[in-house]
Design a protein around this ligand. Structure first.
Ligand SMILES: [Zn+2]
Length: 235
């Protein structure tokens, strides 16, 4: 296969890029998956925290209603008392005393209800705090997972790398690409740099006979590693 030295450089860039992209995407996708998992957990926790908050609001409403009713009963109680102080008629006094007893009983019922509501809301507020702390914790985890995912996908962003891969492939002939892709399919590395004495694909130190054969190959030909078959671009 004839390949100019300029094409060899392009092929090497392509091979390095595709290798980085393979590795980068694999390692980045684990971080991405973890991030998505945490985001789902965070969203669920948001709902739990919001509904805990809503429950508190409901009970707060109950408490205001009870306090309102207490106020009305207290005014009625006072009015009955005042009425009793002034009333002389026996029937009227009996009615007032009856109403006073009723009012007083309802007031003590409401007092009990209010106490229960206060206990309930204290427990609910504690739950809001607990759920809020869990949410904060998940928010922090999501933030750091997002940073990890970005870092993993960084180096070249996958987008830029893919664009460059397409560009490089456009500069190389079908014959060259076919051979490179075959080798990439077999060993995972289609082409690698060669300097010193070891193959950039499998990192094996080559024996002297192989080295002299590689060095002796014409400049517009690409030698291959006798071990893994990777095309070697001499540097
Ligand atoms: Zn090799």
């Amino acid at each position: 296969m004839k390949i100019t030295q300029a094409e060899q450089k392009l092929l090497l860039e392509l091979a390095d890029l595709e290798r980085t992209l393979d590795l980068g995407l694999t390692s980045g996708s684990a971080e991405r998956t973890e991030l998505e998992k945490l985001e789902k957990e965070r969203d669920r926790q948001r709902e739990v925290a919001a509904s805990a908050q809503l429950n508190v609001a409901d009970v707060e409403l109950d408490i205001r209603r009870i306090q309102d009713d207490m106020g009305k009963l207290k005014r009625r109680f006072d009015a009955d008392k005042a009425g009793l102080g002034a009333a002389t008629d026996v029937d009227q006094r009996r009615d007032l005393e009856h109403d006073l007893a009723n009012t007083s009983r309802r007031m003590s019922d409401l007092q009990q209800e209010l106490k229960e509501a206060h206990d309930e809301i204290a427990a609910m507020r504690a739950n809001v705090d607990r759920q809020g702390a869990l949410l904060d914790d998940l928010e922090r985890k999501v933030e750091s997972a997002a940073r990890a995912a970005t870092a993993a996908e960084d180096a070249h962003s996958a987008q830029d790398a893919s664009t460059r891969v397409t560009e490089l492939r456009g500069h190389l002939s079908n014959e060259i690409l076919a051979e490179y892709d075959d080798q990439r399919g077999i060993f995972g590395v289609g082409a690698a740099g060669f300097r010193g004495r070891s193959c950039g694909g499998c990192h094996i130190v080559l024996p002297p006979a192989a080295l002299s054969e590689i060095r002796g190959t014409a400049a517009d030909e690409m030698p291959r590693c006798p071990d893994c078959g990777t095309f070697l671009v001499r540097l």
